[in-house]
Design a binder for this molecule. Sequence first.
Ligand SMILES: *Cc1c(COP(=O)(O)O)cnc(C)c1O
Length: 386
Amino acid sequence: MQKTVYLDNQATTPVDPRVLDAMLPYFGPKFGNAASRSHRFGWEAEQAVELARKRVADLAGALPREIVFTSGATESNNLGIKGAVEAYRAKGDHVVTVATEHKAVLDPVRRLEPLGCRVTVLPPLGDGLFDLDSLRDAILPETVLVSVMYANNEIGVIQPVRNIGAVCREKGVLFHCDAAQAFGKIPIDVAGDNIDLMSLSAHKMYGPKGIGALYVRRRHPRVQLAAQMDGGGHEFGLRSGTLNVPAIVGFGEACAICARELAEEATRLCDLRDRLKRNLEAGLDRVFVNGSMEHRLPGNLNMSFEGADGEALLMSLPDVALSTGSACTSAVVEPSHVLRAIGVSEQLAHSSLRFGLGRFNTAEDIDYVARRVIESVRKLRSLAPV
Ligand SMILES: *Cc1c(COP(=O)(O)O)cnc(C)c1O
């Protein structure tokens, strides 16, 4: 079998072997229900959950009781956005977000409209960043919530979250931040950033799938939320359902590893990412980076290759696991809404690749991928010269 280089770490990351080791006992002898109060099995599970809660909180600069475990960032976005709008109905009915958000933010926000909510979707700037004056202008007296992601899943662009938080605080509106891509990759501090609600996902940071959390601020201000899942009152009454103990343990372990290794890993991935960009630019003309290089996640590179279709590129690279900036929704290939929103032409959006570098990629992987992409782009261009 030919080896495949995995370069799609923004879609999901492999589980770190240390995370798997930490989880295994909770699939075996430590199988207790964390809500069982009358025996050792329950206590053991609860203790493991509380250690994990502390580890997640520590990495975010939060308190353990501000962490609500959910099934992932999609659920956290739904709980944070719908739950806040429902709880603050008396205050207003307006939400502000940005066109480059993940569908897991845009779709829940859209769902609120038929319920009588008004939504403002701000356009980003050409580099994927976001203009604070347009945010200031968009916030109305009836605005309840602003939702802006920490770092983008397609172009890796990191928003000026601290400044966005300051504007929200100054205007007295809640700030929700989808940090699924940023958490564990760059330092995050909910206090300094004035974040009120923050969505997290374990499988983007070398933890297991199907587990995540919502950070809910408890002080200055104490954020009110309406639960979206009732039954039993688990997780401070905000998210009922028996806790997924093994996955929570894995999420906690993933956070502890990131806390220790984040700085070193970020430097290494930035170097690899820049090496990939240099190689591609040296081997090909008419290549364009999408989104700001300066304000970008360490492990992300998104480039358009003029004259080479992204889908065709992926087909010619079966030995590299990558994503293109087009998504097959139903039968048609749609260009990415993120690339379109930052002003990339439809054609260049269809010619884009997202390189998602991660913990287990090596310099050899990167050089191999660069060589293969250069070959494939040249071949495709020679087949259909412009
Ligand atoms: C992956 C991702 C999500 C969805 O997270 P799940 O845990 O898979 O539900 C939401 N937002 C962003 C920015 C993501 O990258």
